[in-house]
Design a protein around this ligand. Structure first.
Ligand code: URA
Length: 437
């Protein structure tokens, strides 16, 4: 087999065989083919696409490039949840304890932030003492004991994805539906859960900018799940503005804690209830989504979800005082208000611009070597549909450098669109793709 022939076949719109897809991934991992040929194939895939069978073959070849987690020692239906990446998306921080409190074992391997979107592991690490590098035995034991654990994805899990993603990032081939679907699902399958709930984000802060593409991506991932025997459901949710108010690691942890205490932002709560209820349904803990939501609301009201969060962070070395005392989470030295340039209604808030602003402050990585600053970020004071008067505060910027603060204030101001007429309220849950039986 020759890589040249595989590139030529895909360039001309033909279907690749399972053996050809496996050859491409195995040869790339062994170093017998180089980046330039893989880049050419990625671009051919970008333009020509992959069918359902090819996408599943690519997913499994990526998955089999590394280890698979064996969660069989944990009783019950293990349900994983994954978001395709958003701004201010701290749903995992709320959902892990919430689902665990409902009796769903959550053994979650999470990534770090990609581009302007934040990663769960970076957020959790802003809790003093919190450890994400868990050995397999500790990870499994913790889920058996308290029902929840979140570990950083190791380099041994789907290593081909890491290599391919780095190449896609510099060859303008990230936003391809079969490439995103195989990247996400290879890691989910390798992580070992029995069932998967996907949150496909659509809008200005997401990889998918329109609903049609988001639906295609959701269908592609649900198809892969069903072909490999993992029950998979996808929700399509709005990422036209950041989720909740806070973007930035410690600020998001604080907002997640507020949500577990029953005083979080409405949009974050709504998404957590919908995703959480779907997790309960797949785990056999609820008969339908509505019933699942009622169980979750009771767990929030009774304080059981918050208690589970305390148990979970304590088990991983985190300081549980973050849930009850100010000053435990890292805080930035400087805070400044971003004023509204005019009066009117907030029509839109460009989520990608807020994400990039947070990254510029140090909340995300500009490159692989960048150090994360856990304290910095942006807390919106106004969201789409709100009224505002000229000079009133749109958002608060938390920074540790005056220079960055001034730059970011301008970016945040220009992320806001203010108009004279009231915009139509946007729906948050835009659709879903049920499991394919
Ligand atoms: N998230 C992933 O894990 N992979 C992609 O390709 C895009 C988003």
């Amino acid at each position: 087999m020759r890589m040249y022939d595989i590139i030529l076949k895909k360039r001309d719109g033909m279907e690749l065989t399972t053996a050809e897809i496996q050859y491409f991934i195995n040869s790339y991992m062994s170093g017998s083919i180089q980046d330039y040929q893989v880049s050419a194939l990625l671009m051919a895939i970008y333009f020509r696409g992959l069918n359902e069978r090819e996408t599943t073959d690519l997913t499994m070849a990526i998955c089999d490039s590394g280890e698979r987690a064996d969660l069989s020692a944990i009783p019950g239906v293990k349900v994983d949840k994954h978001s395709t990446g958003g701004v201010g998306d701290k749903t995992t921080l709320v959902l892990v304890p919430l689902a665990a409190a409902a009796g769903v074992p959550v053994a979650k391997m999470s990534g770090r932030g990609l581009g302007h979107t934040g990663g769960t592991v970076d957020k959790l690490e802003s809790i003093p003492g919190f450890k994400v590098d868990l050995g397999t035995a500790q990870f499994i034991d913790q889920v058996r004991r308290i029902g929840a654990a979140v570990a950083a994805q190791t380099g041994r899990l789907a290593p081909a994805d890491k290599k391919l993603y780095a190449l896609r990032d510099v060859t303008a081939t990230v936003d391809s539906i079969p490439l995103i679907a195989s990247s996400v699902m290879s890691k989910k399958i390798a992580s070992g859960a029995d069932a998967i709930v996907l949150d496909v984000k659509v809008g200005s802060g997401a990889f998918m900018r329109d609903q049609q593409s988001a639906l295609k991506l959701a269908r592609a991932m649900v198809d892969i799940g069903s072909r490999v025997g993992r029950r998979t459901v996808a929700l399509i949710t709005n990422m036209d503005q950041p989720l909740g108010f806070a973007t930035g690691n410690a600020l998001e942890v604080k907002e997640a804690i507020d949500t577990l205490k029953g005083r979080g932002p409405q949009d974050l709560l709504e998404i957590c209830l919908e995703l959480g209820a779907t997790m309960l349904l797949l785990a056999g803990k609820a008969d339908n989504v509505q019933g699942g939501k009622e169980i979750l609301i009771d767990l929030l009201k009774s304080g059981q979800a918050l208690n589970k969060f305390i148990e979970f962070i304590s088990a991983q070395g985190g300081d549980p005082r973050v849930t009850r005392e100010d000053g435990v989470l890292p805080a930035a030295e400087l805070t400044a208000a971003v004023p509204a340039p005019s009066s009117g209604y907030i029509r839109a808030i460009n989520a990608a611009m807020i994400g990039r602003s947070a990254m510029l402050l140090g909340a995300g990585r500009e490159n692989k070597e960048s150090q994360i600053d856990p304290a910095v970020g942006i807390v919106l004071q106004k969201k789409a549909g709100d009224t505002v008067k000229a000079g009133e505060t749109l958002a608060l910027v938390h920074a540790n450098s005056t220079e960055r603060l001034d730059q970011v204030k301008e970016h945040v101001q220009s992320a806001y669109q203010i108009s004279a007429d009231k915009p139509e309220p946007a729906r948050l849950i835009l659709g879903s793709v049920p499991e394919k039986l």
